[in-house]
Ligand binder design. Structure first.
Ligand SMILES: NC(=O)c1ccc[n+]([C@@H]2O[C@H](COP(=O)([O-])OP(=O)(O)OC[C@H]3O[C@@H](n4cnc5c(N)ncnc54)[C@H](O)[C@@H]3O)[C@@H](O)[C@H]2O)c1
Length: 371
């Protein structure tokens, strides 16, 4: 198969979908890999390393899209890329369709096959291609939150861990999944007083077992969240309903009950956000303030730590990419239930129910294409 790796062009996105090591694995299996020049530079991988691994460098994204059977990306295609995507081309990347209708419409019009990293799903319900980025974003959310709690950055001016004789900060984590558990672990390690809320009691039981003593768990409901936000210094949004928009757990009116300088980090912003007042921001201008509450809503948080993120992501995506390249998307998806669940759009039809529901689009069973 011919595989194309364009350079990411989303604001401050420095990750790349394939490393030189991954290139070598594909090339040694007989595949051809085209990489756009400087695609890996932001993650510390130079053009000559890709060439040594067997890739051919191409000067522009247009060249890469024109040649490849399978495009491997990191972020969802942006407007400039829509027109480059060809009918029947396989695009393997994060899409997060449910949060952005123009992207869904553009991909339907392109006639491409869109296999979304975020909905590839194991039999146990885990999402293997979301996990590594959620690990990064969860850990980073506390690093960023701690920074924006500083007074010069408009926060409350409270140190997460406190000091002897002074109380630590209170951190509320919405959702105890991968983002939430990683956030809680780092916040607890820094000495904060941490509360995780989740709907899933079994998950709360597990977290209660494995987390340190300064992490508490609560069942998620509106009453509890209303009470908690009044006394929290840092709130992390990490809820997910797979493939659908995030539920708004923090509503506009709750902001007035928070202390001035409270910091909200809505990691779930890529699925629409779980904080009503959240809108996507970038690493160049990551925060905005409403009612004296600092909002940090960067949709591609791992992009700020591209070295760690590229390696974490490609460790997880490469085995699937190899399978898609070896077998083609149809056979690979016939044989692998995990990959089949990644199919969101096929040749002008939505084949993932939650995406169809989000925009009232017609839904077609994926089995129709795999017979
Ligand atoms: N901004 C970024 O850069 C970035 C990076 C990685 C992940 N994310 C996003 O972070 C979000 C969380 O990802 P994850 O991997 O932790 O997901 P996950 O599935 O591991 O965890 C989600 C948790 O939310 C819980 N939940 C669902 N509804 C809830 C509710 N009403 N109240 C409380 N908890 C509820 C679930 O029970 C689950 O435990 C996703 O939207 C993901 O796309 C964003």
């Amino acid at each position: 198969m011919i595989i194309g790796v364009p350079k990411e062009i989303k604001n401050n996105e420095n990750r790349v979908a394939l490393t030189p090591a991954g290139t070598q694995e594909l090339v040694k299996r007989g595949h051809t890999v085209y990489v756009q020049t400087t695609a890996g530079a932001g993650s510390g991988f130079q053009d000559d390393e890709y060439q040594k691994a067997g890739a051919t460098l191409l000067p522009s994204a247009a060249d890469v899209f024109a040649k490849a059977d399978m495009i491997m990306k990191v972020k969802e295609p942006v407007e400039q890329e829509y027109k480059l995507i060809r009918k029947d081309q396989l695009v393997f990347t994060y899409f997060h369709f449910a949060s952005y209708e123009p992207l869904a419409k553009a991909m339907l019009e392109s006639g491409a096959v869109c296999l979304a990293y975020e909905t590839v799903e194991r039999a146990d319900g885990s999402l293997p291609l979301l996990v590594p980025m959620s690990e990064v974003a969860g850990r980073m959310s506390i690093q960023e939150g701690a920074k924006y709690l500083e007074k010069p950055l408009k926060g409350r001016g409270i140190l997460l861990g406190g000091v002897p004789g002074v109380k630590p900060a209170k951190v509320l984590v919405l959702g105890g999944g991968v983002v939430g558990a990683n956030a809680a672990k780092i916040a607890a390690g820094m000495g904060a007083d941490v509360t995780i809320v989740d709907l899933n009691l079994n998950r709360l039981r597990y977290l209660d077992d494995v987390m340190p003593k300064n992490v508490h768990t609560l069942v998620s409901n509106e009453y509890t969240i209303r009470e908690q936000v009044k006394e929290s210094d840092l709130i992390i949004g990490g809820v997910l309903v797979p493939g659908a928009k995030a539920p708004k757990l923090i509503t506009r009116d709750m902001l007035k009950t928070m202390r001035p300088g409270t910091v909200l980090v809505d990691v779930a912003v890529d699925q629409g956000g779980c904080i009503e007042t959240c809108r996507p921001t970038t690493h160049e201008d990551p925060t905005f303030i409403i009612d004296d509450v600092v909002h940090y809503c960067v949709a591609n948080m791992p992009g700020a730590v591209p070295y760690t993120s590229t390696l974490a992501l490609t460790n997880a995506t490469l085995p699937y990419a190899i399978r898609l390249a070896n077998q083609g998307w149809k056979k690979a998806c016939q044989e692998s239930q995990e990959l089949r669940l990644g199919l969101n759009v096929i040749q002008g039809q939505v084949v993932y129910k939650a995406v169809a529901d989000a925009f009232n689009l017609p839904y077609t069973e994926v089995s129709k294409y795999l017979a």
